[in-house]
Design a protein around this ligand. Sequence first.
Ligand code: PLP
Length: 393
Amino acid sequence: MYLDHAATTPMLPAAREVWLQESQVAGNPSSLHASGRRRRQVVEESRERIAGLLNVRPSAVVFTSGGTEADNLAIKGLFWRGRQTRGSSVVITSRIEHHAVLDPVEWLEHDQGAQVRWLPVDEVGRVPAEALMEALTDAANVALCSVMWANNEVGTVQPVAEFAALCRSAGVPFHTDAVQALGHLRMDLGSLNADAVSLSSHKIGGPVGVGALILDPQTSLTPVQHGGGQEREVRSGTLDAAGIAAFAAAVEHAVTGQQERAQHLRDLRTLLVEGVQRELPSAVVNGDLGIDESHRLPGNVHVSFPGCEGDLLLMLLDAAGIDCSTGSACTAGIPEPSHVLLAMGRDETQAKSSLRFSLSEATTMRDVERLLQVLPGAVERAQRAGAVSVRAG
Ligand code: PLP
């Protein structure tokens, strides 16, 4: 039973079909001959399709190799451009970003002389708007602000429209990582006022290795990759026409029918959360408990199990045929406490005792019921193992 759709989700039949068809055709979209022009047409039609679905201009769509590259391009590119044109050296970001944002920001700090203003989060993982207002007080010195749309671990949704508006009126470029939000939340980028938005194909049923940075055509940044000058010289590299066409099919699916799918996910989430609270009263459900889409992702359930190592629990569930995640990073095989839970005020032990279940439209009530049958026994075994390791020192 696969309950790790936030890590990656299987390719949709519509995306797979397009990919299979397009991957059999020769031609580099930058070549001038007929085959190249046909590939270019596939790319441009996909760009228009994605732009139309997200309500932006086609020229705003910059294809990348995925969410990590889109984040790096936005963070480094906006920082370098801001420093070059305005002499600004401050980066504003939150403590709960994905590593695809955190790590480039920390690299800019340690290697490129950036000053970072870390926005705090409250106990459900939301950045208070007042914190951003305060960070924007000397806006002329701020190169960019980046706050994720929805958190990949605990599912908390940020008021990104409000943040984008605050940054716009302060004249500060605003980037948001929308990798987990696309397909789960309503997304009208035309009215968002963000300068840059990161998307990834494999989180929405498209192929791995494709994504996009939706970059306001008025916003300029310094490229990270230099080469053939593709994508308006913002992102060099041969375009993957088959992957891009399949990504467009996945975006179409993500945007159309999103509301109905979100309702299905909310129903499953409610069943799972109520079941966990009934069977395991000591468990703590993390993130915002509000159910609607301004509060949280509909298909994310993140729970701390006191007295358990999250990784051991994960392995016990794995042995029972259930795939889930701790949601947090693991360095060289050593489980790290979740930086998201630490930022939300939990201690290290609590931050290591959690699991994330991420559901999809393919998840059924039966799947949730089976998880609820297996979970109490696994938690008991993990707690016993935890008690033994505490006694052993
Ligand atoms: N940003 C967020 C919030 C994510 O959850 C992920 C993937 O887990 C990424 C960025 C990275 O995306 P990709 O796997 O396409 O590089």
